[in-house]
Design a binder for this molecule. Structure first.
Ligand SMILES: [Zn+2]
Ligand SMILES: [Zn+2]
Length: 405
């Protein structure tokens, strides 16, 4: 018992302050003298042990209850979150006399029959019936007396009901807010989870299939049936071509026109979705605040698109030269080209060379290898036999790892 409060005083001052109708307390905002204000008004008993539950005053509260739903004055700034939070009274029903919608902070006892409030039966009032609390200093959730089960303010050293010590006592259970109408959330979640696992499974299957496709091979014997080379040269010509791109047009473009076109979309803030969150503070009051999150919508983005004509080198035709291994490998002969840089001028473009070997596979199928140079191709003369790996599903030969038989 290390409580600093005077142990002889079984009735330490409740921090709840005077039982005042919320609309009146602004005249004495920080008045914590028990019943100081209400007594001067109605001359009721001065004993704070009775929690100020004289019936006159209580009736007044009940009567005022309906007219006190305005909450303009009750908003307080929450220093921690800097968010506007309003404090209201929880409600409870008296199980003894049946009086309903008693106030959690104001009515620690039933004003009709004197029955003490059961803090576990507190509930959130409806929006229409909520009663604002003003100038109430929150000292923590109520604690339950271990001897008589009465709820006491968190700063009380001794039970106001039975005088028992209040150290090591339990906090009252907090009321849970009734769930928002968006109830089918769990279902959505499980659907999303299902989708997620489906995607993971699908990806694994694809990777697995690719693995099988690439690495499931068999050893085969190949007999070369023909050997061939192909060389090509592109002939390019400078031409006026139509094209378009996001402005500005590239240098050299002419006959430029532009028009506004959609260039993708972007996410822009589109107001907020807010919900009201009620939190039981455990001392007969609850806080109400707004939790808001920004909504976004997708809107089209427009840009200027340029349409123009531009002179470019384009492939006019492709010259090809090909032959067997018996013939010398040569480039196709390039005819006379109209050199220059004006429209109609010609030039040589890309050159390619391909070296091809065709095989009869020992399983009866035909197959082939293509090489970019003649290094591996040269030795694969017609009639020679080779061993290599062939994909079971892809049927592609590992052309760089052939062994001569
Ligand atoms: Zn009652
Ligand atoms: Zn007690």
């Amino acid at each position: 018992m290390s409580n600093p409060e005077d142990p002889n005083n079984n009735i330490p001052p409740q921090d709840d302050g005077p039982m005042l109708p919320p609309g009146q307390s602004s005249s004495a905002p920080l008045n914590r003298e028990p019943d100081a204000n209400s007594n001067s008004e109605n001359g009721a008993q001065a004993n704070p042990q009775n929690m100020g539950q004289n019936e006159e005053n209580a009736d007044k509260n009940l009567n005022l209850e309906n007219s006190l739903t305005t909450d303009q004055n009750s908003s307080i700034q929450n220093a921690n979150s800097n968010q506007t939070e309003k404090i209201y009274e929880m409600q409870w029903d008296c199980p003894q006399c049946g009086t309903k919608k008693l106030l959690g902070k104001t009515h620690r006892f039933c004003p009709a029959c004197g029955n003490p409030q059961d803090p576990t039966k507190r509930y959130f009032p409806t929006e229409e019936e909520k009663v604002a609390v003003q100038d109430h200093k929150f000292v923590g959730a109520d604690r339950i007396c271990g001897y008589c089960n009465a709820a006491n303010s968190a700063v009380t050293g001794y039970c106001t009901q039975c005088g028992g010590p209040m150290d090591g006592t339990e906090q009252v259970k907090l009321a849970h807010e009734t769930p928002e109408p968006s109830a089918p959330e769990p279902e959505k979640k499980s659907m999303r989870a299902g989708l997620k696992w489906g995607l993971i499974g699908g990806a694994a299957a694809i990777i697995g299939f690719c693995g099988v496709f690439m690495f499931w091979t068999k050893t085969v014997q190949l007999e070369v049936t023909s050997q061939k080379w192909v060389r090509t040269i592109d002939i390019e010509q400078k031409r006026a071509v139509s094209d378009s791109s996001w402005c500005p047009a590239p240098s050299g473009a002419y006959n430029i026109t532009q028009q506004r076109e959609q260039n993708g979309t972007e996410q822009v803030a589109d107001g907020q979705t807010c919900r009201t969150v009620n939190k039981d503070r455990g001392d007969g009051t609850f806080s109400q605040s707004q939790e808001c999150s920004t909504k976004y919508k997708s809107v089209p983005v427009y840009d200027q698109k340029c349409y123009y004509t531009i002179d470019r080198w384009v492939v006019q035709r492709t010259l090809t030269s090909e032959g067997t291994a018996m013939m010398p490998v040569t480039w196709p002969s390039v005819p006379y080209l109209q050199s220059g840089n004006s429209l109609g001028s010609q030039r040589e473009g890309t050159r390619t060379e391909t070296y091809i070997v065709n095989y009869k596979v020992d399983d009866g199928s035909d197959n082939s290898c293509k090489y970019k140079s003649d290094n591996l191709w040269k030795a694969q003369t017609v009639g020679s036999k080779w061993q290599g790996e062939m994909g079971v599903l892809s049927s592609s030969i590992d052309c760089d790892e052939l062994q001569k038989l």
